[in-house]
Ligand binder design. Structure first.
Ligand code: ADP
Ligand code: MG
Length: 693
């Protein structure tokens, strides 16, 4: 239960004064649903109104605060022309300019003959200064009515900055002092203020330097957030550790059959990872291991062998994929190997309904299925296993910690192996997985040909298409990816549909289209056609997983490559270069490119090393964006920026460990304050693991 003290912060933003339903909706869209979300919405700039020159000396384009006398008003004859108010001081004249003005209201604000203070942007036209729609207009004796330095917040269309600033101020007023959850000595050493004081300061920057993540108040708030993250993960781990595990040791007979049936030998990295996994499974505590391996590094076969180890021991195994398509694909890849081993394999996704679904449920419960592959349909409540011993989660960042735990609660002492395809920098691993054990597949299977990556501006599209046609004539198959650009999926869909039509016109009938809005069966039909060679080109939006394994595909075109996260580009590119042919990746970009975008595309051109790409991406862009936030299952930090606060993460982890060593149930005074912290950052899931949560 959320502590009472936090109630005001978890009221809907719409309850704040000045935010009705409409503005409330916009605010909610911008910052999040709760009053607390406004607190986390940090200013990214300032407007300094302390500059108060004489009118004649106010520079073009500068924000200035002017004390002037109102001379006269001139309302336009034509309502499309602006309303002007001529003002002056001793140095000269200035026009205040208003479009769609209401004369009576302006006469009240700017009475003729009065001294007023106006603040806004000065612009010079034909030797005459103007100020269009001043941000502030107050009587000369009421200058204190606006802030000399205003914070500037990230905004959304339709929401006035004044409204948002007011809302933030109300949120700050709702934020009361909270019991201190940080160690006093540590705070003193860093020179960090209390939580409440830190908030007040970060929302009231006085100069540009105050906006840096390095200031004591920003550091403090970032550390609060990191500590809540690490403490939550440590609690989950503590809970997992307490659950007794079981020792799973197979006799090797199934694994032998499968290894014999494989057309290749395991790489050293695969064998090493398997040893670590078998050791975990043999131990009588729960396995909680992360298998990190670049795209194409061969995680699937590692997963299969781990699952067979459980089946040999008479138990069941589950493999969960983030999307329907990936689940089906795993199923297809595993089918011949399962047959070779004589293992009963089945697939279960949201698409299986009615009798078919019931039949699978029954067979699972009866133990007539050894390995089940599926989507999150696997951890629905009505799914029961006879004896689930190991759950493999091929997550590609799509599942949260919570979902992982749900599947592991399906059996007694289920061992969990999480596979991630995107190489995550070490710092990020820590935020998402805390103390999980990690195996890394650092070596690629032999025989892979390097991929040639080329960057081309989109205005050379015709050349690109001609090149693609040449490749097709040589027998290549081509992925053509249209990115998720707009917030609306429909707009993206239109872009992909247009591209599909254009390519059909130029290349011919053998161009397919697949996107997230298609019916699963239609999607499958297109995918199967592409995989089987019935299509030369597959146009796809990234809403769908371009996760099919088509070794014959050797060309990948990615439009608007500059809008993708590097990790995502890397993932997509990993779909080619799997066969025997030399592969080419064409990254199309739109000019002008920012310096960062240029640097990022250059990295893609220069290396195929996923870990290197991930580290560089983190360095260039900051953690929030590295994985394409919305799709990533990684926590999104509001106050912490790992590019700036990365070194605090390890401190937070050590602190979290120490805290739980001393006070495993968070019952001391600090422990109780830390509970408040967990709730504050909405990590109540973790509080549930406490005895008196
Ligand atoms: P990912 O790690 O991206 O899931 P996959 O498991 O899909 O990679 O493997 C990619 C391809 O490499 C598959 O076609 C797989 O059969 C092949 N592969 C896996 N291990 C080896 C190996 N040791 N030697 C050669 N090819 C391998
Ligand atoms: Mg895979």
């Amino acid at each position: 239960m959320r502590p009472d003290i936090l109630f005001p912060l978890f009221a809907p933003v719409t309850t704040l004064k000045g935010l009705g339903p409409k503005l409330g909706k916009l605010t909610e869209k911008l910052v999040g649903p709760h009053v607390a979300d406004l607190l986390w919405h940090l200013p990214t700039g300032i407007i300094d109104r302390r500059f108060a020159p004489e009118v004649a000396n106010a520079p073009d384009n500068a924000i200035a605060t002017l004390t002037v006398r109102v001379e006269h008003h001139s309302a336009p004859m034509n309502p499309r022309h602006p309303y002007k108010v001529r003002c002056r001081d001793d140095s000269g004249e200035i026009d205040l300019v208003f479009f769609h003005a209401r004369g009576d209201w302006l006469l009240k604000q700017l009475p003729i003959g009065q001294q007023v203070v106006v603040s806004g942007k000065v612009e010079w036209f034909n030797g005459m200064p103007q100020m269009a729609h001043p941000d502030h207009i107050v009587p000369a004796d009421a200058k204190g009515e606006f802030e000399p330095v205003e914070p500037v917040y990230p905004m959304t269309a339709g929401l006035a900055s004044k409204v948002l600033r007011k809302a933030v101020a109300s949120a700050l007023a709702a934020a009361k002092d909270l019991p201190e959850w940080q160690d006093a000595a540590w705070l003193a050493r860093r020179g960090w203020p209390s939580w409440r004081a830190a908030l007040a300061t970060v929302h009231n920057p006085q100069d540009e330097a105050d906006l840096s993540g390095m200031t004591p108040p920003r550091g403090r708030l970032a550390f609060d957030e990191l500590l809540s993250n690490q403490l939550a993960l440590a609690l989950i781990r503590q809970h997992q550790r307490k659950l007794s595990g079981r020792s799973v040791v197979g006799d090797g007979r199934l694994r032998q059959r499968v290894t014999a049936a494989l057309p290749f030998a395991l790489t050293g990295a695969q064998a090493g990872a398997l040893e670590e996994i078998y050791d975990d499974m043999r131990a009588d505590r729960r396995m909680l291991r992360l298998l990190q391996g670049d795209v194409g590094s061969g995680k699937t076969v590692v997963a299969l062998l781990a699952m067979l180890n459980a089946v040999e021991a008479g138990a069941q195994a589950a493999l969960m994929a983030p999307t329907e398509i990936l689940a089906r694909q795993h199923f297809e890849t595993l089918t011949p190997l399962a047959e070779a081993a004589g293992v009963r394999l089945a697939v279960l996704t949201g698409r299986d309904k009615g009798k078919a679904r019931a039949a699978i449920h029954e067979r699972l419960a009866a133990g007539e299925i050894d390995i089940i592959v599926g989507t999150h349909a696997l951890f629905q409540e009505d799914v029961a296993f006879r004896d689930l011993a190991v759950a493999v989660i091929d997550e590609q960042h799509r599942f949260g910690v919570h979902q992982r735990l749900q599947l592991s609660s399906k059996g007694r002492a289920v061992d969990v192996l999480v596979m991630t395809a995107t190489p995550i920098p070490r710092t990020l691993t820590l935020t998402a997985y805390g103390d999980m054990d990690v195996s890394r597949l650092t070596e690629k299977p032999p025989g892979r040909k390097p991929i040639t990556t080329i960057t081309i501006p989109i205005d050379r599209l015709e050349e690109v298409i001609a090149g693609v046609q040449r490749k097709i004539a040589e027998g290549a198959r081509v992925y053509w990816v249209c990115p998720l650009v707009e917030e609306s999926e429909l707009v993206d869909l239109a872009a992909a549909t247009d591209r599909h039509a254009l390519l059909r016109g130029m290349i011919g009938e053998r161009v397919g289209l697949v996107h997230g809005k298609m019916k699963p069966t239609d999607k499958d039909a297109v995918m199967t056609a592409f995989a089987g060679g019935g299509l030369d080109v597959l146009v796809a939006t990234t809403v769908i997983e371009v996760g099919v394994n088509v070794p014959e595909a050797s060309v990948m075109v990615i439009e608007h490559a500059e809008r993708f996260g590097l990790a995502q580009l890397h993932q997509l590119r990993g779909r080619i270069g799997r066969g025997t042919a030399a592969s080419t990746c064409l990254l199309l970009y739109d000019n002008p490119l920012s310096e960062t975008s240029k640097a990022r595309l250059t990295i893609m051109k220069n290396t195929e090393d996923g870990f290197l790409i991930a580290e560089e991406d983190l360095r260039l862009r900051g953690a929030g964006e590295v994985l394409g936030t919305r799709q990533s299952g990684l926590p999104e930090f509001r106050m912490a920026d790992l590019a700036v606060h990365g070194d605090l993460l390890a401190v937070a982890r050590d602190d979290a460990r120490l805290i739980l060593d001393r006070d495993p149930e968070l019952q001391s005074e600090r422990g109780r304050a830390l509970r408040v912290l967990l709730y504050l950052f909405e990590r109540e899931q973790a509080v549930k693991y406490l005895r008196s949560g």
